[in-house]
Ligand binder design. Structure first.
Ligand code: KIV
Ligand code: ZN
Length: 536
C-alpha cells in the first residue's frame, strides 16, 4: 500500500487558536506524545515570532527523536535564519517557508509599491521572494517545504508558475493550503490535480494538503486531496487551529484505517494512542473536546437509544464502524469510588493518559479520597478535573488562592475578600472588592491582589457530571494585550471553581511572562543578529 505522510501542526497552527497558548514544557511533552503516536513530521513552531517559540523549537529538536522536526518561516531572510538556527543540531529537520499567492492577499498584504505597482509586478516579486527563501533555506537543511498561502483562492496558472519555480529552486514538499477553508472537496481535489499536472517534478517531491475547517470540510477536503495525488496531510490533534481549526488528525487517520480498501493508503499512526493524545492536548491547551467529536469524543462510542443498544448487543457492527478500544477509548471503565485504593486509581489514571509522578501521587490520592466522600462514583471526567492543575503543578504556579469569601444578598452590593499567596515572593496578600455580581467581585479582588488589570475575555460554566453532587466546570479566557490565556477548574462549588479557573489563567500568564524573560537573552541576540521582527 502507498503511504501518506502525517504532518502534525498542533504546536504551530493549532496553538494559533485564540487561548490555546501552551508553555514550553507542555509543548515538549506533546511532541514526545506525537512521536509515540507515529506522526512523520512535527511542526514545532514559528521561531522568529517570539523567543519562547524559538526556544520551544530548539528544545523539541534536542529532546524528541523519531519524527522530522519542522519550523515555520515566512519568505523573509530573518525568518529563515531564525528557523535554521532553532533547528540546528537536529537529525531530521525541515524548514517550512510560505508566502501568499492569491490576488486578494497580494493586493492587501503587499500593497506597498516596493512590491510592484500592478498586480502583475507584485506577482513577479512574490515569486522571486519564494525562490530566494527556498534557496536560503537550503543552506540549513535539504528538506524544504514551500506553502503558497491561500492557494485555495489563487489563480491556478500563476500558482503553477510559483510552484514550478520553487521546485526548480530545491523545494521538496509543496503544500497547497486552503487557508480560509473556502474550497469544496471536488474543487480542492481539482486544485491539487491541476498543479501536479501543470508542473514537472521528480517523483520524490511530495504534494501536501493543508485544510481549514471554516465550512466544516477540512477533513473531507484533505481526503479528496490525497485521492487527487497529494501524499502529505497537514492536521492537528482535535482539529484545533486558527478560527474553526484545521483538519483533525484522528479523523483523517481513522478514515484511512476504516475505509482502507477505498483509499488504499496507509499511515504510521498508532490508533490506540489517539484518545490519550487528544486528552493531553485538551488538558494543555485548555480546549475542551466536544462530547460528540468523532473518534475521541466522550460519546463517540456510547449508545443511548434502546434500539441502538439492542442492535449493538446483538451484533456490534449494526451501529459501529470501528471499536472504541481501537482508538484508545475505554468502554469498560473501572468503577472508582470510596472503596478504591491507590493501585486502582493510578492504573485507571495511566490508562486515560494521566501519568502522575511519584512526587504528585500522595497529593492526588488525598484529593481523590476527599472527592470520593462527596461523590458515589468517580468517572474519568472527575479524574481529569481532579488533576486540573496538572499543568500548573508542572510549571510551578506563581500564585495560590489560600482562601476567599464572597457575600451576596438583596439590597447590598456583592463583595469579595481574597487571600492569595505570591509563591515566588512568599508573600500573603489580602484584598477586597465589590462588583456587579459575586464572580465579578471575586475576580476584581484577585486582580487587586496580583496587581493585574481586568481583561476577562470570556467566562463559561457547565455541569460536567450528573446529580445533586455534580461538578461545575468553569472555563475563562484572559487577555492583557498579548496572547490569550485559558484557565479551567471544576468543583462542586461553582464560585470556588470560578476562582481557581481565573487563578489558573493568571498562572499561565505569569508562566508565559517568566518564559519570555528567561529566553530574552537568547531572543535579543537572535533579533539583533537577524535584524527582523515578525511584521510582513
Ligand atoms: O493556513 C495556512 O495557509 C498556513 C500556512 C502558514 C501554511 O497555516
Ligand atoms: Zn493554516
Amino acid at each position: 500500500m502507498d503511504s501518506v505522510i502525517i504532518f502534525d501542526t498542533t504546536l504551530r497552527d493549532g496553538e494559533q487558536a485564540p487561548g490555546a497558548a501552551m508553555t514550553i514544557p507542555e509543548k515538549v511533552e506533546i511532541a514526545h506524545q506525537l512521536a509515540r503516536l507515529g506522526v512523520d513530521v512535527i511542526e514545532a513552531g514559528f521561531p522568529i515570532s517570539s523567543p519562547a517559540q524559538f526556544e520551544a523549537v530548539r528544545r523539541i529538536v534536542a529532546e524528541v527523536k523519531g519524527p522530522t522536526i519542522c519550523a515555520l518561516a515566512r519568505a523573509k531572510s530573518g525568518d529563515i535564519e531564525a528557523a535554521g538556527k532553532a533547528l540546528e543540531g537536529g537529525k531530521n529537520t525541515r524548514i517550512h517557508t510560505f508566502i501568499a499567492t492569491s490576488d486578494i492577499h497580494l493586493n492587501a498584504k503587499f500593497a506597498d509599491p516596493r512590491y510592484g505597482d500592478t498586480l502583475e509586478e507584485k506577482r513577479v516579486t512574490i515569486m522571486k521572494m519564494a525562490v530566494d527563501a527556498v534557496v536560503q533555506a537550503k543552506k540549513f537543511t535539504s528538506d524544504i517545504e514551500f506553502s503558497a498561502e491561500d492557494a485555495g483562492r489563487t489563480d491556478t496558472a500563476y500558482l503553477c508558475e510559483v510552484v514550478q519555480a520553487v521546485i526548480d529552486a530545491g523545494a521538496t514538499t509543496i503544500n497547497l493550503p486552503d487557508t480560509t477553508g473556502y474550497c469544496i472537496s471536488d474543487e480542492y481535489a481539482e486544485l491539487i490535480r491541476s498543479v501536479m499536472n501543470g508542473c514537472t517534478f521528480d517523483p520524490s517531491v511530495i504534494f501536501s494538503t493543508h485544510c481549514h475547517d471554516d465550512l466544516g470540510l477540512a477533513v473531507a477536503n484533505s481526503l479528496s486531496g490525497i485521492q487527487a495525488g497529494a501524499r502529505q496531510i497537514e492536521c492537528t490533534i482535535n482539529g484545533i487551529g486558527e478560527r474553526a481549526g484545521n483538519a483533525a488528525l484522528e479523523e483523517v487517520a481513522m478514515a484511512l484505517v476504516v475505509r482502507a480498501p477505498h483509499f488504499g493508503l496507509k499511515t504510521k499512526i498508532v490508533p490506540a494512542l489517539l484518545t490519550e493524545t487528544s486528552k493531553m492536548v485538551s488538558t494543555f491547551s485548555g480546549f475542551m473536546v466536544q462530547h460528540n467529536k468523532a473518534i475521541v469524543g466522550k460519546n463517540a462510542f456510547s449508545h443511548e437509544a434502546g434500539i441502538h443498544q439492542d442492535g449493538v448487543l446483538k451484533a456490534r457492527e449494526t451501529y459501529e464502524i470501528m471499536r472504541a478500544e481501537d482508538v484508545g477509548q475505554d468502554t469498560e471503565a473501572i468503577r472508582l469510588g470510596r472503596h478504591s485504593g491507590r493501585h486502582g486509581l493510578f492504573s485507571r489514571m495511566a490508562q486515560i493518559g494521566l501519568n502522575i509522578s511519584s512526587a504528585e501521587k500522595d497529593h492526588i490520592y488525598s484529593q481523590f479520597v476527599q472527592l470520593a466522600d462527596r461523590k458515589k462514583e468517580i468517572n474519568d471526567t472527575d479524574l481529569f478535573n481532579l488533576v486540573e492543575d496538572y499543568t500548573h503543578v508542572k510549571t510551578e504556579p506563581h500564585y495560590k488562592l489560600e482562601s476567599f469569601k464572597v457575600s451576596v444578598g438583596t439590597g447590598s452590593e456583592p463583595e469579595a475578600h481574597v487571600k492569595i499567596r505570591d509563591i515566588k515572593k512568599d508573600d500573603l496578600i489580602e484584598k477586597s472588592a465589590t462588583g456587579d455580581g459575586p464572580i465579578d467581585a471575586l475576580y476584581r479582588a484577585i486582580d487587586h491582589a496580583v496587581n493585574e488589570g481586568h481583561d476577562l475575555v470570556s467566562y463559561s460554566i457547565r455541569s460536567v457530571s450528573e446529580g445533586a453532587d455534580a461538578f461545575g466546570e468553569v472555563s475563562v479566557l484572559i487577555g492583557f494585550g498579548g496572547p490569550l490565556f485559558a484557565g479551567k477548574a471544576s468543583s462542586t462549588d461553582v464560585i470556588h471553581a470560578s476562582a481557581e479557573a481565573y487563578m489558573n489563567a493568571l498562572n499561565s500568564l505569569a508562566a508565559h511572562r517568566a518564559e519570555e524573560e528567561a529566553v530574552q537573552f537568547v531572543g535579543t541576540g537572535i533579533m539583533q543578529a537577524f535584524g527582523s521582527g515578525p511584521g510582513e
